[in-house]
Design a protein around this ligand. Structure first.
Ligand SMILES: [Zn+2]
Ligand SMILES: [Zn+2]
Length: 347
């Protein structure tokens, strides 16, 4: 059986290799993998800057964005059912994980499929705990491969609503910075909820932005502080770009009681700056909040899949072109460098 393996910590070690044939253990189902989405996390692991192999192993099977099909009836699933699976698993010794929220793990000892201490899904067959499976409706079909990134956006918006909702607050206007998969899926979720959305990006998948009624802003042409002045500030800013300076500036793009959520990762050693009065005056006098969000709770997976299905029904043409590149496992390198939307590996 073939799988996409890498040696975490060693750049350019990713390759297609023979991996042990998966067999379902107690409480598990055997899945046939149809498609695996790739993202910046896979790229970083492949470049040797991220990722941890399973205990006692030097190599890690990649892939955390699964679309699979159940191979045999069991645990309430039937052969042929489409499914995806959660990524992060309990550390088994913190309050958050005990309460079923490994997305809020308090120790960092969690494991994550295809990322941290747990082999991933980029292989022909995988045995998965039935409790970790999320059903994908037939109507959504292969777009179910977007469930994982959608769950990330769903959690971010759920948390933003909880934070904003600690006081009287209305989510009317949102700015999404970054038009990659996370930025675009956040845009769709907000549009489904009837929010006015401005989506700012450099790479112009303008078609994907405007299809759902959001406004596209080219950050090359329009500085974001100018946009803030024109619009009057935002109730929510989602910063889905790998740029800590942009993340810091998002606090200044809010209006009263606004909430800014950080979803990009920027690990560069650098100092970023923020206008003194934005932090020292506006953030206080206008009750603004800046927070980060990672991973997703099971409820976000379920809500995300349901929302994706509605988005697919409402903007079918946009969803059709969302995955811009589908290649077989041995062409993974093309998928890793692809910049025109989502790329997936087809098993
Ligand atoms: Zn991902
Ligand atoms: Zn934990």
């Amino acid at each position: 059986m073939q799988g996409l393996v890498t040696r975490p910590g060693t750049a350019h070690s990713t390759r297609v290799a023979e991996v042990p044939v998966a067999r379902a253990g107690a409480g598990q189902l055997l899945l046939r993998v149809l498609e695996v989405g790739v993202c910046g996390t896979d790229r970083e692991i492949s470049e040797g800057v991220f990722g941890v192999p399973p205990d006692g192993d030097a190599e890690l099977v990649l892939g955390h964005e699964l679309l699979g099909v159940v191979d045999r009836d069991g645990h309430g699933f039937s052969r042929g059912d489409l499914v995806t699976a959660t990524v992060r698993r309990s550390c088994a010794h913190c309050r958050a994980c005990e309460e079923g929220s490994p997305d809020s793990c308090l120790t960092g000892d969690y494991s994550e499929r295809g990322i941290t201490r747990l082999d991933g899904f980029a292989r022909e067959l995988v045995a998965e705990d039935a409790a970790q499976l999320i059903p994908i409706p037939r109507s959504l079909g292969r777009f179910g491969v977007l469930a994982e990134p959608t769950s990330i956006c769903e959690r971010a918006i759920r948390h933003a609503r909880a934070i904003g909702g600690r006081e009287p607050w209305q989510l009317e206007r949102a700015l999404v910075i970054g038009a990659g998969a996370i930025g675009m899926l956040s845009t769709y979720l907000l549009r489904l909820a009837g929010v006015d959305v401005w989506t700012a990006g450099l790479e112009s998948r303008v078609d994907l932005v405007t299809a759902c009624g959001a406004r596209y802003i080219s950050t090359k042409d329009v500085p974001l502080d100018t946009l803030r002045e024109d619009v009057g500030g935002f109730d929510l800013v989602i910063a889905a770009v790998p740029d800590a300076q942009v993340m810091a500036e998002s606090l200044g793009l809010l209006r009263r009681s606004g909430v800014a959520c950080l979803l990009g990762i920027d690990g560069r050693n650098q100092t970023v700056s923020i206008d003194g009065p934005v932090l020292g005056v506006d953030a206080i006098l206008e009750n603004r909040v800046l927070f980060g969000s990672v991973n997703a709770h099971r409820q976000d997976w379920l809500a995300g899949v349901e929302a994706l299905d509605r988005a697919h029904e409402r903007w079918p043409d946009a969803l059709e072109t969302f995955v811009g590149l589908r290649v077989p496992l041995d062409r993974f390198a093309e998928a890793f460098v692809y910049r025109g939307g989502k790329a997936t590996l087809v098993l």
